[in-house]
Design a protein around this ligand. Structure first.
Ligand code: NAD
Length: 328
């Protein structure tokens, strides 16, 4: 069910909590500008903040929220604050401490949504040694990844305890393929409320979205703008496509609606009840992105964007196998 207000439409999660269709992504937001960005976005009307321990800016994001709460710009219950359990904390005994650390950093009592960032369990790194720990066990950019033998059902049970403890309202999954979701649904006492995956016109994820929706799991798209976010990270894949912003199909639709290409790309998702969390630091773009819900695409236009799908994936956690070190 979608309802619209002046900020963003919201959907009702299976748990009954509401969750915005358009939010702000916080990956790669520098610490120096994060508090101001979060504060400014709340002032603009954003009500969904998509953070993660791994983004290394939760303290600053929390400062932005605290300031907005103090100034009465928002009430805590009106903001959907999101964090994610990092890969090194999957072992059941580390889940609660990881969540409490993120809560403390954000300076909030509970998360509206707490994701397992990836279905990849890496060897534990003590936060006193390094926080956030990143991918490689030795902390270097090219160091080996070390797997921890921590099956997902144990992690999920620990995630369910977070709901029982009142630390988290909804637990959620990210970067999880369909087969694994089916398996999770077979044993989950508390079902995942949201699935966050890479989703954009070059990777429309039709089957995965259908599967999630059949299980009443709400879908949130990340990297909605496709290659833009991956320049300098996945350059060989980026080189395989043209930027979505200048694609003739997107440009034409944008022109016909007097909208920006970014708004067309976002609306293609939100109109189908898929949430988006674009990241931007420019107030003009932030405003424009939030306003993507102010117009509707025709069915033909949605189909034309669907046809851009080439199953092109910029974030491939499975590529981590190239750097696997010793199995624990
Ligand atoms: P994005 O698709 O939001 O793209 C961000 C880039 O687009 C930035 O370079 C920004 O300057 C540019 N941009 C933003 N608005 C624009 C506009 N209106 N016009 C032109 N350029 C514009 O990419 P993202 O940051 O990868 O994804 C969004 C969020 O999703 C992240 O910040 C993060 O919160 C989340 N995410 C999650 C995962 C995961 O594993 N769960 C992975 C990647 C991202």
């Amino acid at each position: 069910m979608v309802s619209k207000d002046s900020t963003s439409g919201t959907v009702k999660l299976a748990s009954g909590h509401s969750y915005p269709l358009t939010g702000l992504g916080l990956w790669k937001v520098p610490q120096e500008s994060c508090a101001e960005l979060v504060y400014g976005s709340l002032k603009l009307g954003y009500r969904l903040l998509d953070g993660a321990a791994d983004y290394d800016n939760e303290v600053q994001a929390g400062e932005g929220v605290t300031r907005a709460l103090k100034e009465g710009i928002v009430k805590r219950e009106d903001v959907t604050v999101v964090s994610k359990l990092w890969n090194t904390y999957h072992a059941a005994q580390h889940v609660e401490a990881a969540c409490r650390r993120s809560l403390q950093d954000w300076n909030v009592d509970y998360f509206d949504v707490y994701y397992v960032h990836m279905p990849i369990s890496l060897k534990y790194v003590d936060p006193k040694v390094r926080y956030p720990p990143g991918w490689s066990y030795d902390g270097t950019p090219t160091g080996a990844l070390e797997i921890e033998n921590s099956p997902f059902h144990e992690t999920w049970k620990a995630m369910e305890s977070l709901v029982d403890l009142g630390l988290v309202r909804n637990i959620a999954i990210s970067n999880m393929p369909g087969g694994m979701i089916m398996d999770l649904m077979a044993y989950a006492r508390i079902k995942p409320a949201v699935l966050q995956v890479e989703l954009h016109p070059y990777l429309s994820q039709v089957n995965l979205v259908r599967l999630a929706q059949a299980f009443k799991i709400h879908v949130t798209a990340y990297s909605s703008f496709g290659p833009t976010s991956w320049v300098g990270i996945s350059d060989t894949v980026v080189a395989k496509c043209e930027p979505l912003f200048t694609h003739s199909t997107i440009e034409k639709i944008a022109k016909d609606h007097s909208a920006t290409p970014a708004q067309v790309i976002l609306r293609w998702a939100t109109q189908r009840t898929i949430s988006v969390i674009p990241k931007s630091s420019s107030s003009e773009r932030l405003k424009g992105n939030l306003e993507n819900e102010k117009f509707d695409l025709t069915e033909e236009e949605i189909k034309a964007v669907d046809e851009l799908n080439v199953n092109l994936r910029f974030a491939d956690p499975a590529a981590a196998d190239a750097r696997l070190g010793v199995y624990a």
